[in-house]
Design a binder for this molecule. Structure first.
Ligand SMILES: [Zn+2]
Length: 66
């Protein structure tokens, strides 16, 4: 399983949604994400492009089925 976590991103807003494997703190793009409460951060509609790419590849290869 994967989950979305908000964290620093290379974006104009400074924050982005990353994809992390369940129970891990390193996003698919390599960004280390601390335990964060989304309520403490401004919301963003931005998704981390490298994470999205890796996630789509994982879906296509079936690794996300677990
Ligand atoms: Zn990311």
């Amino acid at each position: 399983m994967y989950e979305m976590r908000i964290g620093p991103g290379n974006t104009a807003t400074g924050m982005a949604w990353h994809v992390t494997p369940k129970a891990q703190q390193t996003a698919l793009c390599g960004q280390h994400l601390l335990e964060t409460d989304p309520a403490l951060h401004p919301t963003t509609e931005t998704h981390c492009p490298p994470c999205m790419e890796s996630f789509q590849q994982a879906m296509q290869t079936g690794h996300a089925a677990a």
